[in-house]
Design a protein around this ligand. Sequence first.
Ligand code: ZN
Length: 225
Amino acid sequence: YAKGGITYTLKGGKVQNNGKIIYLTFDDGPAAYTDKLLGILDKYGVKATFFVTNCYPKYRYDIRKEYNAGHAVALHTFTHSYATVYKSTSAYWNDFEKMEQIIVQETGRRSTLFRFPGGSSNTVSRRYCSGVMTALTKQAGQKGLSYFDWNVDSDDAGSTRTSSGVYNNIVSGVRYQKQSIVLCHDVKRYTVDAMDSVIRWCLQNGYTFRTLQPGGYTVHQRVAN
Ligand code: ZN
C-alpha cells in the first residue's frame, strides 16, 4: 500500500510509485455486498469514497463501519429517486438533508462531499424540472459543498454485468488519467467481486489510492440541464 509517496510494497516486492492517483468511489449503498468490500479494501489498506443512500436501510450501520475504517463518507441523496429529488431545488436539498442527518448519526460528523444521482450532467432531471442541475450545481458552491462526477466509469450500472468486464473497464480507464475518479456501485455483487483483482493490478502497476477531499481534486462534467 501507499507509503511515503515514493515506493510501496505488495507481497513479493517493491513497486515504484508511478505518480498516478486513483479515487475509488462506490455509489448507492450501503447494501448487501458492502461489508465484503470493506474487507477487501482493508486487506490492502486501500481507502475509498462511499456516496451513500438510504435505499437499503437494513445496511445503514455500514456507514459507521466505512467511516471508522478511514474511508470518506459522502452523500448521494436519501431516496435516489430522480422523480423525488429532481422535482425542484428545494426537493433536492430536503432529501439531501435527510441523508445528512443519517451520516451525522452514524459518524458524528457532517460530510460536505456529494455526488448527484446520475451525475451533474444527467438529462433525466429535465423530465422533472427544467434547469434544475444548473441551479443545484450553483447552490452547492454557495452551501460550501463539493460535488464529484467521474472520469473513469466501471460501467457497472450500464451494460457491464461481469467482474471481468468491470476489471477491464477500470484497468483500461485509469491508464489515460493522471488522477482517476472511478465510478463503481457497491450494490453490485460483480463489482465487489472484481475489486481484489482491480486493487492488486493497480498496486502492482504503481498507482496510489486516495479518498476524495473537500476542495481537493474533482471532475465536473458539463451540466446539460
Ligand atoms: Zn447512484
